[in-house]
Design a protein around this ligand. Sequence first.
Ligand code: TXA
Ligand code: MG
Length: 310
Amino acid sequence: MKSVQSNIKKAKKYLDKNLCIAIPTETVYGLAGNAYSKTAVEKIFNLKKRPKNNPLIVHYYNINNLRKDCYINNDFIKLYKKFSPGPITFVIKLRKSSKISKLVTNKQNTLAVRFPKHPLFRKLLKQLSYPLAAPSANISSRLSSVKASDVSEEFGSKVKFILNGGRSQIGIESTIISLIKEPTILRLGGIDIARIRRAIKKKVLIKINSKKKIVPGQSHLHYSPGIPLRINVKKPLKGEAFVLIKKRKISYKNYFYLSKNNNLKHAAKNLYSLLRKIKKDGYKMIAVEKIRNSGIGKSINDRLIRASKF
Ligand code: TXA
Ligand code: MG
């Protein structure tokens, strides 16, 4: 317990100095900095090598902290009550008077906000006098990090402090929904759209492949393990790492399980770390068998399709 407190204290010290650190969330690790500070936000973009026109998600402890930065509407309240804290990000209208750095939003008048569930991250947020801008803790277009050692692999000593919160429980990024006009899903993620539809009781549009590329999570090359990946594979090619969703007898020797019993939640949790491991093991190609396209399986398939555009 004592070390938890002292780590949070340390994290706060860095953040108060407008430095960025890595933080654990239930989806993936984030690279966090004071969202009100241009200096801190600039560091995030530079470290990630992220194009400046790709806005960041801002993380709040709760709705009260958000009110001074954003306008909230009924759709937001409904979904907030049902799913926050949790793996959902809302795009809502930013107040002109907000102190959020213009760099966060690329000068747009909307803001992506999220209320993370990870207890350690929540403890930290509660002690800060500002919200945290935090994109996923990886170099732009690569696989997100789901544990502290992934973050070290991505950034080496450039990230001065990692608040270690163990393995991310969900393993893929939050679902993003825009509530500016009609509710519109911009990125598939940790929360199933069917649940969102039920909670909001109205039509929910899906625009996850927008030509305008509002969300670079929508861009073609993304979530890339850095080697070619094929999907819906029945038979692997010689030398390919074969990724399976269900245990079975198999004569091919280079196989790996995402889940042993076709459990999509387990598969999501294991996805990025397995792809990282396969690359590290020295494989040059990955083949993934067909994954059921329901629930979080849709989000897994979304990531795999994008990763396959390498
Ligand atoms: O689970 C998550 O959401 C993780 C954890 C760390 O919270 N964060 C994350 O951030 O995935 P990032 O930066 O890797 O992805 C955020 C996505 C980007 O694709 C960005 O374009 C989009 O959110 N985004 C940010 N602000 C937006 C806005 N105002 N309108 C539309 N899309 C926005
Ligand atoms: Mg990302």
